[in-house]
Design a protein around this ligand. Structure first.
Ligand SMILES: Nc1ncnc2c1ncn2[C@@H]1O[C@H](COP(=O)(O)OP(=O)(O)OP(=O)(O)O)[C@@H](O)[C@H]1O
Length: 590
């Protein structure tokens, strides 16, 4: 992917109304509802259009003495009841259709987003993606659940009313026909503009959402800096900008509606004026003019509705364009068509061969350069180096979050580019520096390591990780909700939950990013014990920050600027002096 593509979708050409076609497959998955809606729509429209006929009968015959006026009113009421029932059915089917289609779309979008690779998520803010999932999807609910309905219903009504106007009075109808194209023109022209503004408007909403997601997600940092007023101001500004753009769109929409309605009714009134003269001259009955007036009003109302809906469709096309862009993103990291199976006998051997890698967002700076490392099954290798040396990148490449530009990474003798990423990741357990604790029960948090583990296995893992004691002391024990990002646990406790998760996963390869933050002595010892149990019998790559860890490693690899600069045991490396000796002095104060 080139760098211009790698930017956010903002630079892509704006979508046309045609983007809404992408909704069609989703609608077709609800065929039954769609068909039921069409039937209800047809019945309701027929009932609407037969109203003026009933009115004409009432006026022309019902008011003549000697006829049965009651029957005419009964007929009128019958039409009203059919209209009511059919309208209710139409509303029910189309609203449900909207809900289902949007639910389906959101589900697909989420499923797609969560599968996109690290470089996609590096360049897209999660808050913005959430906005696509919510605000943009919401716009489409409006389209399917209402705009589509109004559009079709109004079109049917306009055509029907026009046809009936011709049946009633061809000459007057011909006059009215001239008025319609006049009204459609400004609507179409204005619609283009609205779509453009609308897309910008949705982008601003996404900006505000992204900001809120980020700051609410880091609320402690915000409060610790006493930056609540600052963040309130920033969010307020983002919202104000969003409202400003929306206002522009609304203004255009209002203007177009006014112009369309004026033109249409202007034409109708002109026609009526001429009809009124016909009635006075005795060329037409009053009932016929009444029927014509009603058709003209029904038709005119529908044209107004179409004008509004046209604008809604333009807005939704903006949203759908965004969603389409996202659905069109394909991950760079995919399983090959016929992935090579990793050997059945798991050894846990790792090899980096002459790997050079630059992050897509930093093409100028190699994060790893001619990096070569072999780790034997069961060996523990400590990675040490200054910040930015590329230690975490080693993990990312091994997990295949990114592919190197040159060189190969292999596990158990298989180039990981030839393997299925899911199979590869099954063989690796990661304990990150700040573990991710989900807003779920402690049990489910540990079970994230192996979803089918039973309660006994979860508890055994927690015991080995020295997490059992504090977990069972929680008010609800293992069923206690840990709060978003583990807000209810201390740092050391969070680490032990993460270790329990990795123990449960029981993968042959362990990637461990040691926490830099100092724990109290007791917690530290518990974490160390838990880690020892976790590392036993596994190939371990550890980004080490503690002397104890470094001393226990089979080998220490010193990295600087993406390269390996020294290798050996602690004593050997200290004796060599150089970067390691310096780092040791600074870092391993204990
Ligand atoms: N997602 C990313 N996009 C662009 N550049 C990145 C990304 N992640 C890391 N880098 C850059 O790659 C280089 C190596 O980073 P890496 O995170 O591997 O270093 P590290 O040794 O783990 O550092 P630390 O000990 O501070 O975590 C750094 O220069 C960093 O700025």
């Amino acid at each position: 992917m080139s760098e211009t593509d790698a930017k956010t979708p903002t630079n892509k050409p704006k979508p046309r109304l045609g983007t809404l076609r992408a909704l069609w497959p989703f609608v077709m998955r609800q065929r039954g509802l769609f068909a039921a809606w069409l039937v209800a729509l047809a019945v309701a429209s027929a009932a609407t259009l037969s109203f003026p006929v009933a009115v004409k009968r009432m006026v022309d015959f019902g008011f003549q003495s000697g006829t049965n006026i009651d029957r005419e009113f009964l007929y009128l009421f019958g039409v009203a009841v059919v209209l009511a029932l059919a309208s209710a059915a139409r509303f029910f089917f189309v609203s449900l259709l909207g809900e289902r289609v949007v639910a389906d779309l959101r589900q697909r979008l989420y499923a797609h987003l969560i599968g996109l690779d690290a470089s996609f998520h590096d360049r897209n803010r999660s808050g913005e993606l959430i906005s696509r999932l919510t605000a943009d999807a919401e716009l489409l609910r409006g389209v399917v659940g209402s705009a589509m309905s109004v559009a079709l219903r109004s079109s049917v009504t306009v055509v029907g009313a026009l046809a009936m106007m011709f049946v009633t009075q061809p000459r007057l109808a011909a006059y009215a026909l001239v008025g319609i194209p006049l009204t459609v023109l400004p609507v179409v022209l204005g619609g283009r503009r609205i779509q453009k503004i609308s897309r910008t408007s949705q982008d601003r909403v996404a900006d505000a959402n992204a900001l809120a997601t980020e700051t609410l997600g880091a609320v402690r940092t915000v409060q610790a800096h006493a930056r609540e007023p600052y963040e309130r101001g920033r969010f307020g500004n983002a919202i104000a900008v969003a409202v400003g753009t929306a206002r522009k769109r609304i203004r255009w929409q209002a203007l177009i509606t006014a112009v369309a309605i004026t033109l249409f009714f202007g034409a109708i009134i002109l026609v009526l004026w001429s009809g009124a003269h016909d009635v006075i001259a005795g060329r037409m009955t009053a009932g016929t003019l009444g029927q014509f007036v009603l058709y003209a009003l029904i038709g005119g109302g529908s044209v107004g509705a179409l004008a509004e809906v046209w604008n809604d469709l333009q807005r939704a096309a903006g949203g759908m364009g965004r969603i389409n862009d996202l659905l069109g993103e394909s991950p760079d990291i995919v399983a090959p068509a016929s992935p090579q199976a990793l050997p059945a006998t798991v050894r846990g051997e790792i090899a980096f061969d002459d790997v050079t890698f630059r992050y897509p967002m930093r093409p100028d700076l190699p994060a790893l350069e001619h990096f070569a490392l072999r780790v034997a099954p069961g060996e523990t290798v400590a990675l040490v180096g200054p910040s930015g040396a590329g230690k975490s990148t080693v993990f990312s490449l091994l997990l295949r979050f990114h592919d190197p530009q040159s060189g190969t990474v292999s596990v158990d003798g298989v180039d990981i580019c030839d393997a299925d990423p899911a199979a590869l990741r099954e063989r690796i357990a990661l304990v990150p520096q700040s573990p991710t604790i989900f807003a779920a029960s402690a049990r489910d948090n540990i079970r994230y390591g192996r979803l089918d583990a039973d309660d006994a296995a979860v508890e055994a893992a927690a015991r080995s990780a020295e997490a059992h004691d504090f977990l069972s002391e929680l008010p609800k024990g293992y069923d206690e909700e840990l709060g978003e990002r583990g807000a209810r646990l201390s740092g050391g406790q969070q680490q032990r939950v993460a270790i329990a998760r990795a123990l449960l996963k029981d993968a042959p390869i362990l990637l461990l990013d040691e926490a830099t933050s100092a724990l109290d002595a007791q917690s530290e010892r518990a974490v160390q014990h838990a880690l020892e149990r976790l590392m036993a019998g596994r190939t371990t790559l550890v980004i080490a920050h503690r002397l104890a860890t470094v001393l226990k490693a089979d080998r220490i690899v010193v990295m600087d600027r993406g390269r390996i600069v020294a290798e050996g045991s602690h004593a050997e490396l200290i004796a060599q002096g150089g970067l390691y000796a310096e780092l040791a002095k600074l870092q391993f104060l204990d």
